[in-house]
Design a protein around this ligand. Structure first.
Ligand code: ATP
Ligand code: MG
Length: 796
């Protein structure tokens, strides 16, 4: 957890400005030490690089002003009451008149939005005591709850939008990264460009404080603790705000209050109006507690919107968004392990300076490829937590390791670090300075390339990724609580939990494929060397959605199609008989139009154009053929240590992305580049639910029909989807894109065509879904149409 976000000690108790602190600056209770000799002032939420600048800050006007404001607030709190239970629509004046009987009322602050509670400030603390001493309060026939106002930690005023920052546009990010000298610098910069600014951190801190204030009124003693990306060291603009509402202290208070002699059960008439009403938190079910949290959020927290409980989640949460800050968040009521795994992630981020750049790069890459994120309502993608664990595991398995295993961390933990949560050992040192420095000297950019290489050839489904051991383990036996799946990634602490259990086979295989593509790109000159022509290079191309193939331009998506060639590429355009480029193009159009029911209008007639001046040609330096680029770049693909858990070599992949083997003899590409283009529109969600429909259609098939499925079946599947959506074409297509096909090289045996899709307008999630489907479907369907390739149907 970010130390700055938690409630800190409260050093000032008297009203009025206090003198400058005379303590050693770091002994000031407002000051929190940070790693590497830095400090943070909790009060002002600023960091100081060293002791002299900390001392200067503490003497400064801003700090002094906030100290005196805090003292004033504290005195004000000591004169104020928290009042609830009055009828909706009660005016502030009525409350002022009622409490005026105890002494002069200075102010009544109503909960503006919801009218569920009020803060009544009296002129004198003694008047407040008098009001509190009275056992019963009744206003307009309703029993009031009257309590002292909670003492809150003071934070800087104003919860406006000042600290809200617009995320960087992809263009700005690209521009900034292109300026860097090398990929290591790009990775370093990426962290700076994405991480939360001080202002954004402050805003989150204020929000946490606001939640703490309100929840404390209803659940005395509770704590609101941030976890996840706001505090784990892998924050990024706009990341969600994960919160834990710890109600254990409230439960204990409730239990002891109920047991106390003369304890009043809350059977007063105002109780129906009270949110807490008569609920015994200790015996309430999680859905009941969630409903209470929902009620408090809806009725009492200003600016909170779209509140909904998700009681069926593995860890039940209440989701919300906050209007002024634009943040989305979750409140868990039972996830203490999350606090510890967050702390573990933070420790890893601080243990070695390469960790954060690597995690940021992998997270952004995975987001752009549609592999990871936090989709609303779950889904089959990796969560960022799971993805980060994968990176940490990779770093544990380098030789020598960059990070220690969780088992080693346990050995390093001191007595004060010993911790068991929900039966799981969560002991590890809290301070990264206690860890042994890594003897590994790999650069961040080569670690990134290696990450892709290792996981491009990784058997996710047949072994267990164990961060505790820092190696892969055999899968647990069936019948154990661990939920086996397409990707088996063991939580570092809750060992019976597969953090990737939600990842389906399709996402797991796409992860492998995207890693292979990225690994290949990382061997190219474009990854390693800054472009002298102002083109995207290094990380920039890696972050293009779906476009890690050499040749992908801005805003376009590439699909690689490989088919049998009757002739070497140099002759293919003129020679009849084989599978030439023309036939491949015709097959592409057939699949789009006839199989998938898309509109597909030829943009320009098939033509041959010279590479130099071709309108549609790819930039010369990006047409690289199939061979690993290492040769051309003078970079060696090997030697690389055998990847942890790598698969046995696979001769032929059936997912349509198989590219000719790296060392296969290569036929020189043609001098000419061949281009065909189409304007396409997608009218129906033909990529959704195909597997189910296929199954249904096959069950209805006569026994004589051949095994397996065919393009004919795929056509029927599309027709069924169209029928289901209402048969008639909607007035507007769902998606539009320009498609252009280009010969990208080949061998004696095979031709490879790159199909580039350029969506208009800019691609959204719908296009990405369509693209991911088409990327797997089209190559197989084209191969089938040409009578080459596997007989099985494309999987979707
Ligand atoms: P993001 O920017 O996507 O919010 P994050 O670092 O907060 O990134 P999340 O995936 O939101 O990552 O995870 C936040 C916390 O939620 C984790 O620290 C973990 O405790 C819990 N969590 C997330 N995913 C899982 C999972 N698959 N299994 C168990 N716990 C998870
Ligand atoms: Mg999160």
């Amino acid at each position: 957890m970010d130390g700055g976000s938690g409630p800190g000690p409260e050093p000032v108790t008297a009203a009025g400005p206090s003198p400058a602190p005379e303590l050693a600056p770091e002994a000031d209770p407002d000051v929190e030490p940070l790693p590497r000799g830095r400090f943070r002032c909790r009060l002002c939420q600023v960091a100081a690089a060293n002791r002299p600048s900390l001392a200067e800050h503490l003497r400064g006007k801003k700090h002094q002003r906030l100290r005196s404001l805090r003292a004033e607030r504290r005195a004000q709190e000591q004169r104020s009451l928290f009042v609830s239970g009055f009828a909706r629509g009660t005016a502030a004046e009525e409350l002022a008149a009622y409490f005026g009987a105890f002494g002069e009322v200075v102010a009544v602050v109503m909960d503006k939005e919801k009218g569920a509670y009020a803060i009544v400030e009296l002129q004198e603390a003694a008047s407040r005591e008098q009001a509190l001493a009275q056992p019963q309060h009744t206003l307009a026939g309703r029993s009031l709850r009257v309590r002292p106002r909670e003492q809150k930690d003071f934070t800087r005023p104003s919860l406006g939008c000042g600290a809200r920052r617009e995320p960087l546009s992809p263009g700005q990010l690209e521009q900034a990264l292109c300026q860097a000298a090398d990929v290591d610098t790009q990775m370093e910069q990426l962290v700076g460009l994405l991480e939360l600014s001080e202002g954004e951190r402050r805003l989150r801190h204020l929000l946490v404080t606001l939640f703490q204030e309100v929840f404390s009124e209803f659940f005395p003693g509770c704590t609101v603790l941030p976890f996840g990306s706001s505090v784990n060291g892998f924050d990024a603009h706009g990341c969600d705000l994960d919160l834990l509402l710890d109600l254990e202290p409230t439960k204990s208070l409730q239990t002891s209050a109920r047991g106390a002699p003369g304890a009043r059960s809350s059977g007063d008439p105002g109780a129906e109006e009270s949110i807490l009403s008569d609920i015994d938190l200790a015996s309430a079910s999680p859905p009941e507690v969630l409903e209470l949290v929902v009620a408090v959020l809806r009725r009492c927290v200003p600016g909170v919107r779209r509140v909904r409980a998700v009681p069926t989640a593995r860890r039940p949460v209440v989701k919300f968004s906050h209007k002024q800050s634009g943040l989305a968040g979750d409140i868990s009521i039972d996830n203490r392990l999350a606090l510890h795994n967050t702390q573990f992630l933070r420790l890893c981020g601080e243990a070695d300076k390469r960790v954060r750049p690597l995690v940021y790069a992998v997270r952004l890459w995975a987001k752009q490829q549609g592999l990871a994120g936090n989709p609303a309502g779950g889904g089959p993608l990796l969560t960022n937590y799971a993805l980060t664990l994968l990176v940490l595991f990779f770093l544990q398995t380098r030789s020598p390791p960059v990070l220690p295993t969780v088992a080693r961390l346990r050995e390093l933990a001191g007595d004060e670090d010993r911790m068991v949560v929900a039966g799981w050992d969560c002991s590890f040192p809290q301070d990264a300075a206690l860890l042994e420095p890594s003897a590994n000297s790999e650069s961040p950019s080569s670690l990134l390339a290696e990450f892709f290489r290792v996981f491009g050839d990784f058997d996710f489904s047949e072994q267990l990724v164990s961060l505790r051991e820092g190696r892969v383990l055999p899968l647990p036996e069936a019948g154990e609580p661990f939920k086996l799946g397409s990707l088996n990634l063991q939580d570092p602490f809750e060992l019976s939990h597969n953090v990737a259990a939600n990842v389906n086979e399709k996402t797991a295989s796409r992860l492998g494929r995207c890693c292979r593509d990225a690994a290949k790109y990382c061997r190219s000159l474009q990854y390693c060397r800054k472009s002298t022509k102002g083109r995207g290079w290094g990380l920039v191309r890696l972050f293009k959605p779906g476009a890690v193939e050499p040749g992908a331009g801005a805003g376009s998506f590439l699909i690689s199609i490989t088919v049998a060639a009757a002739q070497p590429p140099s002759q293919l355009c003129e020679e009849p008989g084989g599978h030439g480029f023309k036939e491949i193009c015709a097959a592409i159009a057939f699949v789009l139009r006839d199989v998938l029911q898309c509109s597909c209008v030829p943009g320009k007639p098939l033509k041959q154009v010279g590479a130099s001046g071709a309108e549609h040609s790819l930039p010369q330096d990006t047409v690289l053929g199939d061979e690993p680029l290492g040769d051309a770049a003078g970079l060696e693909e090997e030697p690389l240590q055998p990847p942890v858990g790598s698969k046995r070599p696979q001769s032929d992949r059936m997912d349509g992305t198989a590219l000719p083997g790296a060392k296969r003899p290569r036929v020189n590409g043609p001098e000419e580049e061949v281009v065909a283009s189409w304007s396409c529109a997608v009218w129906h969600r033909v990529w959704m639910g195909r597997r189910r429909l296929r199954r249904q259609l096959l069950h209805g098939a006569s026994p004589e029909e051949p095994d397996g499925v065919s393009l004919e079946l795929e056509q029927k599947v599309s027709e069924a989807i169209v029928q289901h959506e209402g048969a008639a074409r909607p007035p507007e297509p769902l998606l539009r894109f320009e498609a252009s096909a280009q010969l990208a090289g080949g061998t004696q045996r095979e031709l490879r065509v790159l199909l580039r899709l350029a969506p208009t307008p800019a691609p959204g999630p719908l296009f990405r879904d369509f693209f991911h489907f088409l990327q797997a479907f089209l190559p197989l369907a084209v191969q089938q149409h040409l009578g080459w390739g596997p007989g099985a149907a494309p999987q979707s």
